[in-house]
Ligand binder design. Structure first.
Ligand code: SF4
Length: 349
């Protein structure tokens, strides 16, 4: 093990941990706030940039603390710079991707949580790449801060929707949320963070208790277990009824509206009876259903439903007093690794 690999990572340190390292170096604890200000409010990417710290201290910090571990291997822009995809890696080897979208209301970052994904959704490129490991807290935070540094702007919304199922890396995702919402650090509002899951009931209940304002989105995509198990194999372990029960628990426990993501695929899940079944599934749950018409991708035979089918599906939901939004794709020129992330390259109506 190299000395570099055992160094603590600045993106993984809490304020208290950083203060304790500084104390061990004979420095005053207030320096921790100064350093975190550079990291989280001025998007510094090295100690060198922290020009209000003595030069010797900057050198000592570089010796003792690693300033992140991800390399930006590739950046791709699309839609007149309204979308950016970042490919992060280590030692030149690709690991994960994150995406930045510019909506009218500001910037939203979409983060990956695992290297590869064990869930294997039928519509997702990442699901077939093979699973390696969960990202550390430091790596997740660095994905986010790396996009801020590149954009030289504050990102106001964060969605855990990229490669990986966030609830299969629960501890590190929650630790990254704690870090990014620290008032002395980035101070992101918890209400502007959404965790998107394919549905792991125990973790959803735990999340209800831990979330303290962080929002939950469920990728449902089907109303029968047969179809959903074909799209999302994890449904065989956690069928629709158990997932919806956990979603209702979250909504009740937190008093927060949840989001249900529903991709419309022609002939698979877009029939009128699916719309009626979906309305019945969400009945009594304070939720917003996002309809996302399928965008054809290479290698998958599915088709996007016609406008008439989309309109009819939506009307049935609305007639049943379900709150609905329909997303239009920003286009297809950015190939995000995760099928869901790619679907998210969309714009509200
Ligand atoms: S859609 Fe998400 S959960 Fe499903 S395989 Fe892809 S990355 Fe994993």
């Amino acid at each position: 093990m190299t000395r570099e690999s055992v160094k603590p990572d600045i993106y993984g340190l809490t304020r208290a941990e950083l203060a304790s390292i500084l104390e061990g170096m004979g420095e005053k604890p207030y320096r921790a706030g100064q350093i975190l200000g550079w990291v989280y409010r001025r998007w510094a990417t090295s100690f060198e940039e922290m020009t209000d710290l003595p030069k010797t201290l900057r050198e000592q910090l570089s010796e003792r603390i690693k300033f992140g571990s991800l390399e930006l291997l590739k950046k791709q822009e699309a839609f007149g710079e309204r979308a950016k995809r970042y490919l992060w890696g280590k030692d030149g080897r690709p690991l994960v991707e994150s995406v930045l979208l510019k909506y009218k209301y500001g910037l939203t970052g979409f983060l990956s949580t695992q290297v590869g994904c064990p869930v294997g959704c039928a519509f997702c490129a990442s699901g077939h790449l093979g699973f390696e490991r969960g990202l550390s807290k430091a790596e997740i935070v660095e994905e986010f801060m790396g996009m801020c540094a590149d954009e030289k702007a504050r990102i106001g919304h964060l969605v855990f929707m990229g490669t990986g199922e966030p609830f299969l890396n629960y501890e590190n995702v929650m630790a990254a949320i704690e870090s990014l919402t620290d008032p002395g650090g980035y101070n992101l509002s918890r209400r502007r963070i959404t965790v998107s899951t394919v549905g792991i009931p125990d973790a959803m209940r735990q999340f209800a208790r831990d979330s303290r304002g962080v929002r939950l989105a469920l990728s449902l995509h089907a109303t029968s277990d047969d179809v959903r198990s074909m799209l999302i194999p994890l449904n065989r372990t956690y069928p629709i009824a158990s997932v919806m029960e956990a979603l209702a628990y979250y909504a009740r426990y937190t008093g927060q509206r949840v989001t249900v993501e529903y991709m419309l695929i022609s002939g698979v899940n877009d029939k009128k009876r699916d719309a009626r079944a979906l309305a019945a599934l969400v009945e009594g749950i304070d939720c917003l259903v996002n309809l996302i018409p399928w965008n054809p991708v290479p290698g998958l035979e599915w088709e996007r439903p016609g406008e008439e089918a989309i309109r009819a599906f939506r009307e049935i939901l609305e007639r049943n007093r379900v709150k609905v939004t329909l997303r239009r794709s920003l286009g297809g020129s950015i190939e995000a690794a995760c099928g869901q992330l790619r679907r998210k390259m969309t714009e509200r109506e």
